[in-house]
Write a protein that binds this ligand. Structure first.
Ligand code: CP
Ligand code: NVA
Length: 309
């Protein structure tokens, strides 16, 4: 049994195995419907329990289809219906019940500490479906999408991020270290990655540069990533923060600094950080990106269940 909490704690060879299995399974499903099982239905009889303490559309749907295609089922718990949420039950007791009733637990939460606390008391795998400091299932899937579209290992590509230094960027930085790719980050000085992240980059000799000019960040890029400037539960003066990012908007003018065949990716939902014209252009691969979450999360589930070849 393995947990999937942060990319930085998972060996690079396991992350690569997850991507290889995702590709193999995706290729085999071309003629199947969403709810058809993969032929081997390797998680038949297994229950994935999901809990979202924050909103979600894609993660919820993609985990539902992922476990379904592997032959299992999912149950989504509503935060407001649990004793845990109003202080009526401990994580310890909740974890015991989850372990007795289910086979894996996917959690989206506002507290990184909760993963550690749950991990201590669960006897089933826990998967991070987004935390304040990371979004690992998203970024692993995005690495898959980049390689699928570019038909090259990501280590041979120039990746740019233009946007806030948030959970999604943290996971992209971890991916850049695990998969050894160049990453240029463009963000206002005030919103650069924090000292812990900078130390992690330094310690692991990451190929990551930070620019306060978006043009420099996207120069020669094969891929430009972005995300919302205001994340869920971001307790900031929204107007002020958006003002800082005014010059970091991804528009056609900025795209011209990247390679001609540069693609645009965004985990969604989007905000004003990307211009509608770019978002709807042929460079934008956001719908393919969202759908690939199903395939990569199937592999993540298999990894957690110890069933990855
Ligand atoms: N990208 C992503 O995680 O989307 P949701 O918040 O809708 O799950
Ligand atoms: N950074 C965003 C990602 C949403 C999928 C947030 O945390 O709200």
């Amino acid at each position: 049994m393995k947990h999937f909490i942060n990319l930085k704690d998972i060996p690079a060879k396991d992350l690569r195995k997850i991507l290889i299995e995702a590709k193999r399974r995706k290729n085999k499903r071309k003629k199947l419907n969403n709810l058809d099982f993969d032929k081997d239905a390797p998680l038949k009889g297994k229950l994935l329990i999901q809990m979202f303490e924050k909103s979600s559309l894609r993660t919820r749907l993609s985990f539902f289809l992922a476990i379904s295609q592997l032959g299992g089922k999912t149950l989504t718990l509503r935060r407001d219906e649990l004793h845990l949420s109003n202080g009526g039950e401990s994580i310890k007791d909740t974890a015991k019940i989850l372990s007795n009733f289910g086979d894996a637990f996917m959690l989206r939460t506002d507290s990184d500490e909760k993963f550690e606390e749950f991990k201590k008391h669960l006897s089933i795998p826990i998967i991070n479906g987004l935390s304040p400091s990371s979004h690992p299932t998203q970024i692993l899937s995005d690495v898959y999408t980049v390689e699928e579209i570019k038909k090259k290992p990501i280590s041979k590509l120039n990746i740019a991020w233009v946007g806030d230094s948030n959970n999604v960027l943290n996971s992209l930085i971890a991916a850049s270290i695990k998969f050894v790719f160049n990453l240029k980050v463009g963000c206002p000085k005030k919103y650069q990655p924090n000292q812990n992240i900078m130390n992690y980059i330094k310690k692991n000799k990451g190929k990551i540069s930070i620019y306060n000019d978006p043009k420099k960040a996207v120069q020669g890029a094969d891929v430009i990533f972005s995300d919302k400037v205001i994340s869920m539960n971001d307790k900031v003066n929204k107007k002020k923060k958006l003002d800082y990012f005014r010059n970091f908007r991804i528009n056609k003018k900025l795209m011209r600094f990247a390679k001609k065949d540069c693609i645009f990716l965004h985990c969604l939902p989007r905000g004003p950080e990307v211009d509608e014209k770019v978002f709807l252009s042929k460079h934008s691969k956001v719908w393919q990106q969202a759908l690939n979450r199903i395939h990569v999360q199937k592999s993540i589930l298999l990894y957690c269940f110890g069933k990855l070849r």
